[in-house]
Design a protein around this ligand. Structure first.
Ligand SMILES: [Zn+2]
Length: 340
């Protein structure tokens, strides 16, 4: 798909949000959006509008998986990633109570799922082909993971609602047409749900899902999230534009689906790559005021801070990633250790 880029090019820099004390209600939530990279500037002009480029090497591995685990574990980290770590929930969490602190939760981020030959290195990094995706889903199932929606995850974290022993959230950015033609049927085949972020202004355009497809997926246990109207750069856009992007996209999805849309995915992860701490706070305030319970950023980390529901981390799944690396990145057991 070669389309003109309608969004302001974004660049990955690396300024993570300072955890901000936010007040959340019963349904607090939050997670992060797409990763962006310097390459994005170039890429945006030659690929699908809305695509979030892969992060630069420096931006990719913020806290490493091992570091994330180390932050959670009272025991000293080992030199090599421990394969049998259980992401969550695990002690000391007590079911029925809000999560007491950080939790390591794999929230995976995909873009394209299809068998189209990538036209560029960027395309390749953003595209997981059907066979790779099937292998990853088969591994997740074999290793005992259960997909949950962001809503279920937030309910578990903030109200103590029951969660499966190895929850994973599978997110798909931008609402490409292959979300419906490839990701959706494969998720169903393997018994998983998915959370799809939709750029409402792109719906129905060539290469993007239609409203009917969105309704069909939403009616089949798939979760829909806002990704703004125009894949706007929330770091650089004027506040009035930001507010409109947040409110209008949320309303469009809610009117189409007849249910609340409590989650936002920040386009290209902004303002959590390039934005100042002050700008991040401003945008988070606008996201909260727009009625969202949480928002997804891209920090490539498992660690989820319950005090920051509007800056939730995700882990990018790059096209062509080895299954063993995929497992390691998400904190799961290595395939060979569990016979998967
Ligand atoms: Zn995006």
């Amino acid at each position: 798909m070669f389309m003109r880029c309608r969004t302001t090019p974004t660049i990955a820099s690396k300024r993570l949000a300072a955890p901000r004390r936010v007040r959340w209600t019963r349904r607090a939530a939050a997670f992060g959006p797409c990763l962006a990279a310097a390459a994005l500037l170039i890429a945006c002009g030659s690929r699908s509008q809305g695509a979030d480029p892969p992060p630069s090497p420096a931006a990719t591995r913020s806290p490493t998986t091992a570091a994330a685990f180390a932050a959670r574990s009272p025991s000293p980290p080992t030199t090599a990633p421990t394969p049998a770590l259980t992401p969550s929930p695990s002690p000391p969490w007590i079911p029925g109570t809000p999560w007491p602190g950080r939790v390591n939760m794999p929230i995976l981020m995909y873009h394209h799922i299809n068998n189209v030959t990538p036209a560029s290195a960027l395309d390749a990094s953003l595209t997981t082909n059907d066979a790779e995706f099937s292998k990853q889903l088969a591994y997740l199932r074999c290793a005992g993971h259960t997909s949950v929606t962001l809503q279920q995850l937030f309910d578990g974290i903030y109200t103590g609602a029951p969660l499966p022993s190895k929850p994973v959230v599978l997110t798909f950015d931008d609402g490409y047409s292959d979300a419906f033609t490839d990701a959706f049927p494969l998720l169903q085949k393997y018994g998983f749900g998915g959370s799809f972020s939709i750029v409402t202004g792109f719906v129905g355009q060539p290469g993007y899902v239609t409203w009917d497809q969105i309704k069909q997926m939403a009616g089949s246990q798939m979760e829909m999230m806002s990704h703004t109207v125009n894949h706007a750069d929330l770091n650089r856009s004027p506040d009035a534009v930001v507010r409109n992007e947040l409110v209008t996209s949320k309303r469009a999805l809610e009117e189409a689906l007849g249910k609340p849309i409590p989650f936002l995915v920040y386009p290209s992860g902004e303002p959590f790559f390039r934005g100042t701490a002050q700008r991040q706070q401003q945008v988070v305030a606008m996201v909260r005021e727009a009625g969202y319970s949480g928002a997804l950023a891209v920090k490539n980390a498992l660690s989820l801070d319950p005090s920051a529901p509007y800056a939730v981390s995700r882990i990018r799944v790059s096209g062509g990633v080895d299954l063993r690396k995929f497992a390691e990145n998400m904190g799961g057991p290595l395939p060979e250790t569990v016979g998967c």
